[in-house]
Design a protein around this ligand. Sequence first.
Ligand SMILES: [Zn+2]
Length: 95
Amino acid sequence: MNPPERLNPVNAPTPSSTQAEEQACVAFQSRMAERIASGDDLQTDPHLAGCPRCQTLLAELETIAQAARMLLPTEEEPDDALWQKIEQAISNERL
Ligand SMILES: [Zn+2]
């Protein structure tokens, strides 16, 4: 039996540009909750402007964040643990 000769990644379905985009998304999303928590305006982020996936994720995150704020005392910032829970809830949804 001859070994298969299809070792060339000619038909590889992942062009490098897509990988770079995904890395940009991962980087953006990993800081998303943190930046919202610090009052940063993510709507002006250049990555977000060109990325429907992150726009959708941000919209979901803001909905959750608003709900979370309603559960908190008005003059208290959400702590880091809460934001981590929110991030976990979102990433679990994505799986
Ligand atoms: Zn993105």
